[in-house]
Design a binder for this molecule. Structure first.
Ligand SMILES: C[S@@+](CC[C@H](N)C(=O)[O-])C[C@H]1O[C@@H](n2cnc3c(N)ncnc32)[C@H](O)[C@@H]1O
Length: 221
C-alpha cells in the first residue's frame, strides 16, 4: 500500500535534501540560501531548476547523467516532492535538492544570475481565463525567471497541451527571446537529445493516451 500524505509530509521534514521555507523568510525576503546555493552544494557547478517538478523525474534523472551539474526540483506539493527527494537520498545523489514553494515566489530563492537553466515539465495548462496568472509561462512568470537566469540560460517547456504551447509562443513573441527549438510533436521531430527523452509521471500518462508531446526551448536575449 502506498504511504499516506501525512506520513510523506512528516518524512519530508527529515530529508536533508529538501527545503520548505517558512512564512517569515518569505515575508522578509530572507531565505537563507538565496545567493548561496553553491555553498549548499559545496561546489560552483551550474544550477538547473525543474519547475512544477511533481515527483521530480527530470531532476533525478538529469542529476544521475550529469554529476557536475546541480539540480533543484521546485513544487508546492510535498507528497509529490517526497517521491523524488526520497529516491535522490537513497541513491546518494549529492547534486539534487528539492524546494517546496509557490513558483510565483521564485525570485525570493535565487538571486540574479544564480540559475543556469530551467525545465518546465508538464505544467497545468490553466485553460480558464480567470486562471491565466497561474500559467507557469505567463509573462509575469517568465519575467521572474529572467531575473534569476544567467545570460544565455536556456528555458525548456515540455507539455501535452497544444493550448499552452501556442499560448507560450504568443507570449514569447512579445518578449526579447531567441527560440532555439519549437515542435508540436517532439518524438516525431528529428532533433531530439537524451534530456528531452526523459519521461515524467504525467508525460507517461499522456503518451499512453497517444497525445503528441510539444516542446519549446528558448533563451532571453
Ligand atoms: C501536471 S503536474 C506535472 C508534474 C510533473 N512535472 C510531471 O510531469 O509529472 C503540475 C505540477 O506543478 C505544480 N505546480 C503548479 N503550479 C505551481 C505553482 N504555482 N507553484 C508550485 N508548484 C506548482 C503542481 O503542484 C504539480 O505537481
Amino acid at each position: 500500500m502506498s504511504k499516506n500524505k501525512l506520513t510523506k509530509f512528516n518524512e519530508l521534514n527529515s530529508l536533508t535534501n529538501t527545503f520548505q521555507p517558512n512564512q517569515k523568510e518569505l515575508l522578509n525576503d530572507s531565505f537563507f540560501l538565496k545567493g548561496k546555493w553553491s555553498q549548499e552544494f559545496k561546489n560552483s557547478n551550474p544550477i538547473v531548476l525543474e519547475l512544477g517538478c511533481g515527483k521530480g523525474e527530470y531532476t533525478v534523472n538529469l542529476a544521475k547523467s550529469n554529476p557536475n551539474i546541480n539540480y533543484i526540483g521546485v513544487d508546492i506539493k510535498g507528497a509529490r516532492i517526497w517521491k523524488g527527494a526520497t529516491l535522490a537520498q537513497k541513491s546518494d545523489l549529492r547534486n539534487v535538492r528539492f524546494l517546496r514553494t509557490q513558483i510565483e515566489q521564485i525570485d525570493k530563492f535565487y538571486c540574479a544570475d544564480e540559475v543556469s537553466e530551467i525545465w518546465i515539465t508538464f505544467p497545468d495548462p490553466q485553460i480558464k481565463y480567470r486562471r491565466r496568472k497561474k500559467r507557469l509561462t505567463s509573462e509575469l512568470m517568465l519575467q521572474s525567471y529572467k531575473k534569476i537566469l544567467k545570460k544565455n540560460g536556456l528555458v525548456h517547456l515540455k507539455t501535452d497541451s497544444e493550448f499552452l504551447h501556442g499560448y507560450t509562443l504568443g507570449i514569447l513573441e512579445k518578449l526579447n527571446v531567441e527560440i532555439i527549438k519549437s515542435t508540436h510533436d517532439l518524438y516525431k521531430s528529428n532533433t531530439i537529445d537524451k534530456s528531452m527523452e526523459i519521461k515524467t509521471f504525467y508525460e507517461s500518462m499522456f503518451l499512453k493516451k497517444k497525445k503528441p508531446i510539444t516542446y519549446i526551448c528558448f533563451k532571453f536575449i
